[in-house]
Design a protein around this ligand. Sequence first.
Ligand code: ACO
Length: 430
Amino acid sequence: MSENHAILTIKDQTYELPLIEGSEGDKAMDIRTLLKDTGYITLDSGYMNTGSCKSAITFVDGQKGILNYRGYAIDELAERCSFVEVVYLLLIGELPTREQLKNFRELMAKHALIHEDMIHFFDHFPPNASPMSILSTMVNTLCNFYPELTADTDDALLSVAARLISKVRTIAAFSYKKSIGHPLVYPRYDLSYCGNFLNMMFDKPVRPYVVKPELVATLNKLLILHADHEQNCSTSTVRLVGSAGVNLYASISAGISALWGPLHGGANQAVIKMLEAIHHDNNDFEKYIKKAKDPNDPFLLSGFGHRVYKTFDPRATIIKEACEQTLKALNVDDPLLEIAEKLEEIARNDDYFIKRNLYPNVDFYSGIIYRAMGIPTDMFTVMFAMGRLPGWIAHWQEMIQDTKDRKIGRPRQIYTGAKKRKFVPFDERG
Ligand code: ACO
């Protein structure tokens, strides 16, 4: 980090603001003493221009379309690693050796079951309960069953993370089996993380599931691409909730709730609903493009646009290619793929989208792959949550360990309500 100062002038007073530069050239002004020094706060709705922390986990350059985890380019990781390797990388900061990976896999396998008493919880949700609500609830309650939660050494962190990541996969698959009234399929020691998930989802007593290597490879890729994305809405939620000192499970449960929103991870479901609507409307693209451009219509092109990327989202490029390959490998002919590709082409040639730098994001093509795998639409955001878990945990840990800069998250406001006034007793109010 190199540091010098910016000069801020307010009326006739000048103030020095330290300048901070990150390892990849990010620039910031440190305003932490601004209120004390000047009496002013900064106002930044939606945190368009506010850095909430320093972080060494993930780097995003939204102008160039670059995404690196711990310094490694996302396309290389997605092509050459398993999800479990990337989990280790995000948590520890280095790719695992053969021995470290073997031990971590063992740890994941060891923690795959959930306490049998938790299984009864599933019976008390209504049949069409949202899987995101179930996931958030179940993760929150894990703290009652597994309260030992120290993550102050690498080994302790790996143990806590293995437990959470492994159990979330089991909860996700169990919630699906419960929703369709089928018997639960337990995790197996001999299957990989992704192979186990597919088996728990689709194996049936009457028809054993054969885990397809190409589906395992695609799922690995999807989870890697979702594994972290620096200070997005859900990760910032995990950090904010965690900054109050609450346990990891409760912090992650809050992150799951944030991810649920259609402007965030919930967009992958919304994309499919939008593509289906276009399909049922005889592919009337013009109607939907017009709606998306109308400032008086709340409709947006789901899966388009991003706060940080003002060019291609590198994840979307990889997912689009994986989508075409997976559908081909599975011999699936989904009309929604053609509709998505056509919609992308129209939008990318339309002035409205060009001027605003709106490109497909990570959610635009992922749902079409999940559909081809047989995953129901209302579980798409659960898939995103499974992928994002290592990022959430790594950020929670980084925040907890930052004893120098850690503070409870507590933004300020500009009050615009009634000025101080005299209380009106009940009898005098008419
Ligand atoms: N369709 C149509 N217009 C859009 C879209 C879209 N998908 N996204 C942004 N715009 C327009 C806005 O209306 C605005 O227009 P204006 O300047 O005329 O007012 C302009 O583009 C800038 O958009 P903002 O809303 O200011 O961008 P912001 O950074 O606040 O929002 C967001 C980013 C939430 C992703 C937005 O693009 C969006 O809602 N996209 C659709 C939902 C979606 O796909 N979310 C997933 C994002 S990726 C993720 O979270 C995992």
